[in-house]
Design a protein. Structure first.
Length: 299
């Protein structure tokens, strides 16, 4: 009887680990990060936070690449640059397409996930995300500094992966699920920065994929939440928010916690949809046309 009980406990432990640690993919802990730092001197660390945050404090040897430096100039906010232009920026910061890369931000997951997704889109071969949890960082003594890092430029040769990217035509012709990861008020059109959502979209706030500390929830919890919304591994999904910064947090969860490859990010997002005069759907289900160029608000 004791042996059976031990086997049951062992089985439960294996299931738990598969739902938390082993299913995390490119999402690494502070302890795992420190092992990389000690064993790979060529490791490239990217701080995706705003410049002023990086200037105050950052991980030793990290280079600063804020997500906003990777966007085109123009009327539509936060559209990423062409691959060749992005490659030049990363290369100038010492990031090569074959580099072993770790990305982190000030703790929101939004900026690190956005830069992570851009690198995956460009075909970077080895990219990890490190969550900024200061209690965990202190435990393993992640080295922090205010000193700027030395940069040795590298060549970044893009190999674009369109399986993670969607444009406005993909959304218009979508045969699967359009997932709006903004707040409920934004989705309904009752928020100041929103008049509704893309017709037919369903809503799950990106924060529902995260714990209170901002880390990603375990696989089982996320699967249960998606199942309630009718989303399965076989579903075809295009995610968006206002500028698709938050949508990349969900991409990271799908790709790494779940291990699913069925989620694309609509890069233009609500901002482009509105700017081009497309219809929106309100909380009452009535489709309305938003005046071109009238989107506003944060990411």
């Amino acid at each position: 009887m004791k042996r059976i009980r031990k086997l049951m406990l062992l089985g439960a432990a294996i299931i738990y680990l598969s739902n938390t640690v082993l299913a995390q993919g490119d999402i690494i802990s502070a302890a795992e990060f420190m092992k990389l730092v000690k064993t790979d001197k060529s490791l490239v660390i990217i701080d995706a936070s705003k410049k002023d945050s990086y200037t105050k404090t950052h991980i030793k040897n990290a280079v600063n690449i804020p997500h906003k430096t990777l966007y085109k100039e123009g009327d539509i906010e936060a559209l990423i640059m062409e691959p060749a232009d992005l490659a030049k920026i990363f290369g100038s910061k010492g990031v090569g397409n074959s580099s072993k890369i770790v990305v982190y931000d000030a703790g929101s997951q939004k900026y690190s996930s956005r830069v992570y997704w851009i690198l995956k889109y460009l075909g970077a071969e080895d990219v990890k995300i490190l969550h900024k949890d200061m209690s965990e960082w202190r435990k393993v003594r992640v080295p922090i500094t205010k000193m700027p890092s030395k940069i040795s430029p590298k060549t970044f040769t893009p190999n674009v992966d369109m399986s993670v990217y969607a444009d406005i035509n993909d959304v218009k012709n979508a045969k699967g699920i359009i997932l709006d990861v903004r707040t409920t008020d934004e989705f309904k059109g009752s928020a100041d920065n929103s008049e509704g959502h893309i017709p037919g979209a369903i809503n799950i706030n990106y924060k529902d994929f995260l714990t209170e500390s901002g880390a990603f929830k375990p696989k089982a919890e996320i699967e249960s939440m998606l199942n309630d919304k009718g989303i399965a591994p076989s579903s075809i999904i295009i995610g968006y928010c206002r500028t698709s910064v938050r949508a990349t947090v969900v991409y990271a969860a799908f790709a790494n916690v779940l291990g699913w490859n069925n989620y694309k990010v609509y890069d233009g997002a609500y901002a482009e949809w509105v700017a081009k005069g497309n219809k929106l759907q309100t909380k009452s289900g009535v489709s309305v046309s938003k005046k071109p160029g009238s989107a506003s608000g944060g990411c």
